[in-house]
Design a protein around this ligand. Structure first.
Ligand code: CO8
Length: 258
């Protein structure tokens, strides 16, 4: 696939998708979304175990393209917000783990994109935030919801209302990101984590994603019941990965998930 604003590479079982619009700090516009949609349409998950998202240059993604806002009608803005939500949901719902390697600014729609990933690793020098209050706007790609679910309403309001963006350290302390690393080591650390995850049972990984994702929208009781059913299903006779995992443990060898 040939893109102008995205680059996709494979390192064995790891896929790396880079946003490559560095002159605009990788800001998201309709062209970027069109390419992201085409990328997600392609059946790339068959050939990789983990996807890493990152940005070219000094930003991960600095948000939606503010310059494009000048021409938007109310309907355009609504449709763009819906398109972003749809694409970010597709990323969140991939049945493989997705890691955001936050190499630089993750602001507005950029942080919303990172929040659609399963795990976030960030440069300890970068800044993250939802600065829409400075523009007379609100987050529009589900940031109000995903951030509140991730770190609680009070912490999310703190980030959204002061609007200046927070340091990577503060983002780590609040639980927005799971790991901080020195600048320059973000992608390599993300790939290292991706490789570790890629060595685990793909079935377990996709089920963990499904349980956590669906469970967030359910009562604890219903989510617990869903988990028990999924756990029970893993003991059906055709569940090769459970058979391999348990057998490998008993035979004191590494499991082979192929
Ligand atoms: N959109 C368009 N262009 C951008 C954006 C952006 N979000 N961010 C940076 N750029 C451009 C700059 O305009 C500049 O371009 P040019 O050289 O042509 O002037 C270039 O990128 C480099 O940026 P700076 O010179 O500003 O770089 P600095 O290092 O000085 O500053 C910052 C970096 C602090 C990241 C600064 O660029 C900034 O504040 N950017 C805007 C961040 C922001 O407010 N993001 C939120 C946008 S709103 C949003 O994301 C809402 C999402 C929901 C949308 C719903 C549908 C409508």
């Amino acid at each position: 696939m040939k893109f102008n604003y995205l680059k996709f590479e494979k390192k064995e079982r790891i896929g790396i998708l880079t946003f490559t619009r560095p002159d605009a700090l990788n800001a998201l516009n309709e062209n970027v979304f069109k390419e992201l949609s085409d990328f997600l349409d392609a059946d790339f998950t068959q050939s990789i175990r983990v996807l890493v998202l990152t940005g070219a240059g000094k930003a991960f993604v600095a948000g939606a393209d503010i310059k494009a806002f000048q021409t938007y009608s109310s309907q355009n803005a609504y449709e763009f917000a819906e398109l972003g939500k749809l694409l970010f949901d597709r990323i969140a719902n991939l049945d493989i783990p997705v890691i955001a390697a936050i190499n630089g600014f993750a602001l507005g729609g950029g942080l919303e994109l990172a929040l659609a990933c399963d795990i976030r690793i960030a440069s300890e020098r970068t800044k993250l935030g939802l600065p829409e209050v400075n523009l007379g706007l609100i987050p529009g790609f589900n940031g109000t919801q995903r951030l509140s679910r991730q770190i609680g309403a009070g912490n999310a309001m703190y980030i959204m209302m002061q609007g200046e963006g927070i340091s990577a350290l503060e983002a780590y302390q609040l639980g927005v990101v799971q790991k901080l690393v020195p600048p320059g080591e973000v992608l390599s650390s993300a790939i290292q984590l991706a490789e570790k995850i890629a060595s685990k049972s793909p079935r377990s990984l996709s089920l963990i994603k499904e349980m956590v994702g669906k469970g967030m929208e359910m009562s604890l009781k219903d989510a617990g019941e869903m988990e028990s059913r999924a756990f029970g299903n893993l003991f059906k006779e055709d569940q090769k990965e459970r058979i391999e995992g348990v057998t490998a443990f008993l035979e004191k060898r590494q499991p082979n998930w192929e």
